[in-house]
Structure formats: C-alpha cells, structure tokens
Ligand binder design. Structure first.
Ligand SMILES: [Zn+2]
Length: 132
C-alpha cells in the first residue's frame, strides 16, 4: 500500500466511535471516519443532543504528522470539559478555552503535558469509552 494520504481522493467510510463519559454517562462522542484507500482518519466531535449532518467535503483536515485526540480540561465541567484536537508529537497546542482565553499547552510524545489538562488519543480508543 503506497497511497499518499495528501494526494489521495479519499473514499471515506464510517470506522467507529469513541464515547466521552462522565461518571459512566455518555456526554458526547467522536465519530471516526476512515479513507478506504489511504487509511487516513477523520474525526468529528459530537456533543450529546446536537445532530450534525456529515459532509465529506467538509471533513476536518489533519496534517500527516498530527493525531486526533480528546483534550480534557480538568478545570471545566460538562461539555466544556472536553474538545476534539489534533496533536503533534511535540510542541505546543493552542486552544481557546470556554472563558475565551487562548492558552498554550505543551505537548510531549502526542500527549498534553500540563497539570490542568490531559489527553486521550482517538487511535487508542476506537469503539471504547473514555472517562473524563
Ligand atoms: Zn485517502
């Protein structure tokens, strides 16, 4: 298999779901889609009760050196507690918090490295639930 993920004309099919739970109750999920040709994965954040219509053209983009992850903000509750993000192996993640402050979180080996945040890679949690 040598399909280039960046030049591939993706044929996207549903791949799985990662549920986001608080006290064993699902509050949201991340739908995972995968290209049948190059195996690149695309994810979509879903908050419980909000339906979204899947639009292949509008599939969120991810760079070849990034991985999908759920960012957990330990200082926030409910739907503000988590967010779908893209992590590079190392560097910083810039995110806008629910209080409109933009913060930078250090990333080490595809994990956030910060006392107020944690992260879960989607690749490790397909068809599983993560407790946040
Ligand atoms: Zn593809």
């Amino acid at each position: 298999m040598s399909v280039d993920t960046e030049t591939c004309k993706h044929e996207i099919t549903y791949f799985g779901v990662t549920n986001v739970n608080v006290d064993s109750r699902t509050i949201g999920s991340v739908d995972v889609w995968r290209c049948a040709l190059c195996k690149k994965r695309f994810c979509e954040e879903k908050q419980l009760g909000i339906d979204s219509i899947v639009d292949y053209v509008g599939m969120p983009k991810i760079e070849p050196d990034e991985k999908w992850a759920v960012l957990v903000r330990k200082l926030f509750k409910g739907k503000d507690r988590w967010k779908l993000v893209r992590l590079k192996q190392n560097g910083t993640l810039k995110v806008e918090n629910p209080d409109d402050k933009v913060i930078e979180i250090p990333i080490k080996d595809f994990k956030v490295d910060d006392p107020h945040h944690t992260s879960f890679l989607i690749d490790d949690n397909i068809n599983k639930a993560i407790e946040i």
